[in-house]
Every structure is written in C-alpha cells, then in structure tokens.
Design a protein around this ligand. Structure first.
Ligand code: GLY
Length: 539
C-alpha cells in the first residue's frame, strides 16, 4: 500500500469503559465524526465512571481535523471561584489545613466539562446533543452495574462520600459500598443532562441547575456564586509541538504541564544513544530526565492567562542540551529541597480516551474530577459530583499536594485562574503512521506517556505502549516509584549504587488508551491498558 494512504481503513476507539467505547462507535455508525464520538464517550464516562471524570469536572480534548490538518487543544479545565484567594487553604498561622482542598465543597473548581462538550459538539461535531448525549442519559436513567474497580475506588473515598448525604445516596447503599452487580441509577444526573440537551450551556451554567449547584456548594462551606458559572468559558489553545527521533509529538499546552514536561524529557533524551547503553544505565537516564523536567514544572508552570512562562525555552532543544550536559552516568543527582509528603494518589484517578474516525479525524482526551470521586460532594438535586481540582493549585509554595507535587507562585491560587494539570493527551506522527494516546494517573501521567512513546519508537504497537512496566520520578519526593516488573533485581542493585532511592509500589498504576493508524500498512489497531477494565475496538 502507498505510504501516504489518505484515509484509515477503519475507525478505532479506546476508552476506560466498554460502555463508553461501544456508545462512541454507535455514534460513528450513525454518521457522526470523531468529535461527535468524543462528546458521547465523555458523557458516558461521566455516568459509568463517576469516580474518574464527569460534568462536575474538566479536561483537555486534543483535536485533529483531517480535512485541513487543523489541530487545537480544547481547554475545559476548571477555574478557581472568583471569591478564591491565594491563602484559601491556610490557617491563621499560614499552615495548610489538611484535606480542605480534597474533600467537600471548598475543594471544587468551577466545572468546565459541560461547556467544553457543548463547544466541541457545536463547532466540530455534526450531530445534535440529543443524539450524542442519548446513551449517557439512558445509562443514567437505567443504571450500570457496579464492578470490582468501582468498589475499590469507593473504598478509597468512603469517608468523603459518607460526609455528603446526596453523594452517599447516589454512590453508596445504606452508607456502604454497593455489591458487584448492583445497578447504579442516577436520575438527577439524567435530568441535568436532559436540560443541557434542551438549553445548551444555559442548562448547566444558568437557571435551575446553576442555582442548585451554587446553593448546595454555599450551604456546605464553599464560595461559588452564580457569576462563577455564568462566566465560565472553554478556551481553544495551540498545542505544544516537538520532535524526537523522526517523530512529531503534539501534546497538551498550559494550563497542563503535560506537553511541556514530555517534550523537555524527550529533548534531553535525544542527547543520548539510549539503545547503546546497558538497560540499568538507560533507566538511570530516564530517571534523570524526569527529575529535571519536573523541577522546571514546579518552578515555571501555571495558567497562561495569568502568568508569563518561558514555554519556548522550556521545550527548546538547546535548553535541553544544557540540562542534559549535567546528567552524570555514574551517579544520581540529588533533588535539592526538603523532603515532601509521600504520594496519596491511587494512580487511576482521571480518565483518558483515544479516537480515530474513518476520515482521519482524531481526538485524544484526558478528563478529570481529580481524586477518585472528586471532592465526594454532590449539590442536592443536581446529580453532579464535584471535582476537588483546587488541590492541583499550590496551596503554599513548597508544600506538596495529594500527588506529592510542589509548586510556586506560577501556580498559586487566584480568582478565576485555572490550576496546573498533568493531563497529557498526545498525538505522535512519524513517516510510518499516527498514534493517539494518553492516560490517567495524576503526577505520573507524563512519565507514562514517555514510556509509551519510547515503546512506540522501539517499533511496538498500542498493545506494547499500554502494557510497558512503569517507573516514575517527579523531582520531589526524591524517589523512583516502580511497578512490579519494571526493574529487575540487577537493575535495582545498579540504580541503588548510583544513589537512587527506589520505592516499589504495591499496585500498578495508570490506564492508558492507545490507537494507531499505520499508514504504510494501511492498518488500524488499538489497545486498552491491561491494568484497567476498558475496551479498545476497531471497526
Ligand atoms: N487532576 C489531575 C491533573 O489535572 O493533573
């Protein structure tokens, strides 16, 4: 087949839940494009994966339109309420009040997902919301079956869910975690989705639902106002772009740190002949580039509408050359700062899906309510579980968040500001083909993308990218977290000798969803992370 096949021979969707993947394909079969399918998959995930994303949260949708090659990142990230301020989560002594940015109404940013989906549908889709929301509304009315994964996520957040009677009545049964097979219905969420179908953004951001959201938040210690909702707007931003060994990487721009950190790591790696080193040295190099890129994340990155950032410098090959020069092959570079708290993250929070349609349109979308089940708070009458994305701000410079990440002034809280994210929906293009990929997993998202892209570069398909064993370093805490199987006993010995602190994880993490169109072979393949319960379907 000619190297430049113009259209994929099949469409593909990989998502974290089979019901979302199937609903997305039904929309494609009904004449929708990848953008319509993205609306449907997002809406269905909001219903059947309530612990990961939803209308009470936000996300980034990276889009490629085939007819003209146009690419954009739709930013539906949450914003701080207008009454928020820099010291919102500090006590009178200037110390961070534990859990205030994680549990309950004050932890919630103003949701962006509803506005982003309406924007996506109206500007890029072909089908009306009545059609693209239909599966989500049906599943909210009729219910979906609780599985083991739901139970584990609910166990993780049981205390927070019990604190909100409306959350407990939705997601628990008599205050306890529902059994596997329990049919979980969300009639109030169905009504909220129906209002969005009838009224567009007004169905969520003004009128009855907006009033209930604000009243519920304010009655429970939050500071939202009707203006917060009325003023929320999604933003289209130019993605960040860079090259690595013949591949063009297109990824999330700020307010996500994802693309910048990913490109910084790849730029540094391009100064080493990775395949020419023993495996332990190769892993040492990966750890050292992770360390350096996350150090810059903490120092420089935030919301581009509020802070000036040296993005061009951070993703410039010459800047990376300077950073790579001080990497030593014979020793780990200590991270120079006090120890921070260990990560509290489960590593499956948030969700990702990847879509390619038969016209060649693509969507990589990573969506979140932050921690599993977000803030654990549902404003009565709405069925909308709110995020706890306020924890992604830097509550105080140098104090770490739930992911162990530190930040500085660039990511300080301010009214209307978007909090820095790690979500990294990504496209990779080479002479051979096009990859669409991403994953949930908090601060570890970006290093998972690095592992996936290196697996792609080594010639692997989606099965390999999603399955590769993972390890992670994020500057602080100064430790290498690794999944079982990611490091051999010899590598553990070698890396320890170099001065790395190694931390084996009890659980695997991440839930990568990948799609690949091999233009040379004229084939499409897709894979869903074996660590999750998702589904990849090529049709
Ligand atoms: N809430 C996770 C992230 O945006 O990185």
């Amino acid at each position: 087949m000619a190297a430049a096949a113009q259209k994929p021979p099949a469409a593909a969707i990989a998502s974290a839940h089979p019901l979302a993947t199937q609903a997305g394909h039904e929309i494609l079969a009904a004449g929708g494009n990848a953008f319509d399918a993205a609306v449907t998959v997002s809406a269905v995930l909001a219903v059947v994966e309530p612990y990961s994303s939803g209308m009470g949260g936000g996300g980034f949708w990276l889009l490629h339109r085939a007819k003209d090659g146009f690419e954009t990142m739709l930013d539906g990230r949450e914003r701080a309420p207008l009454a928020a301020h820099r010291d919102l989560f500090l006590n009178n002594q200037g110390e961070v009040i534990p859990n205030l940015s994680i549990n309950g109404a004050l932890a919630a940013g103003i949701p962006g997902q509803p506005a982003a989906l309406i924007h996506l549908a109206e500007k890029y889709g072909r089908l009306p919301l009545k059609q693209t929301f239909a599966a989500a509304i049906r599943l909210a009315h009729e219910g979906f079956l609780v599985d083991d994964h739901y139970r584990r996520m609910a166990q993780w957040r049981l205390d927070a869910l019990r604190q909100s009677p409306s959350a407990a009545s939705l997601f628990l049964v008599d205050g306890d975690i529902p059994q596997v097979g329990h049919n979980l219905r969300q009639p109030e969420l169905a009504k909220t989705l129906e209002l969005m179908v009838e009224q567009g953004r007004d169905g969520f951001y003004t009128g009855r639902v907006a009033q209930q959201l604000v009243a519920g938040v304010r009655a429970n210690g939050g500071i939202w106002t009707l203006d917060d909702l009325a003023q929320y707007q999604p933003v289209e931003r130019a993605p960040v772009r860079g090259e690595y060994r013949g591949m063009t990487i297109t990824s999330a721009a700020p307010p996500s740190s994802g693309g910048v950190v990913l490109l910084a790591m790849l730029n540094m790696l391009s100064h080493f002949d990775l395949d020419g080193y023993p495996e332990a040295t190769r892993k040492h190099l990966l750890i050292e580039v992770m360390r350096r890129a996350y150090r810059d994340r903490a120092e420089y990155l935030g919301d581009p509408d509020f802070v000036d950032m040296p993005i061009e410098q951070l993703i410039h090959p010459l800047y990376a050359a300077g950073l790579a020069r001080d990497i030593r092959l014979d020793r780990a570079t200590p991270s120079k700062a006090p120890r921070t708290k260990p990560l509290m993250s489960e590593g499956r929070d948030t969700t990702h899906f990847s879509i390619l349609d038969r016209e060649g349109n693509r969507v990589a979308a990573t969506l979140s309510i932050n921690y599993p089940f977000g803030s654990g708070f549902v404003p009565p009458g709405t069925g909308v579980l709110l995020n706890d994305e306020m924890d992604d701000f830097s509550a105080r410079p140098g104090v770490s968040n739930v992911y162990g990440l530190i930040g500085g002034e660039a990511n300080a809280i301010a009214p209307g500001k978007r909090m820095l994210s790690s979500m990294t929906p990504t496209f990779v293009e080479s002479a051979e083909g096009v990859a669409v990929l991403g994953t949930p997993g908090g601060s570890r998202i970006i290093t998972m993308l690095l592992h996936g892209i290196l697996a792609l570069q080594a010639g692997g398909g989606p099965d390999a990218w999603v399955a590769v064993p993972r390890f992670h370093h994020q500057y602080l805490p100064d430790e290498v977290q690794f999944e079982s199987g990611a490091l051999t006993a010899d590598e553990i010995t070698a890396l320890t000798r170099l001065g790395h602190q190694l931390k084996p994880l009890k659980r695997s993490y991440g839930n990568m969803q990948g799609v690949y169109w091999n233009k040379n072979k004229g084939s499409v393949s897709a894979a869903s992370d074996p660590r999750g319960v998702g589904q990849a379907l090529v049709r």
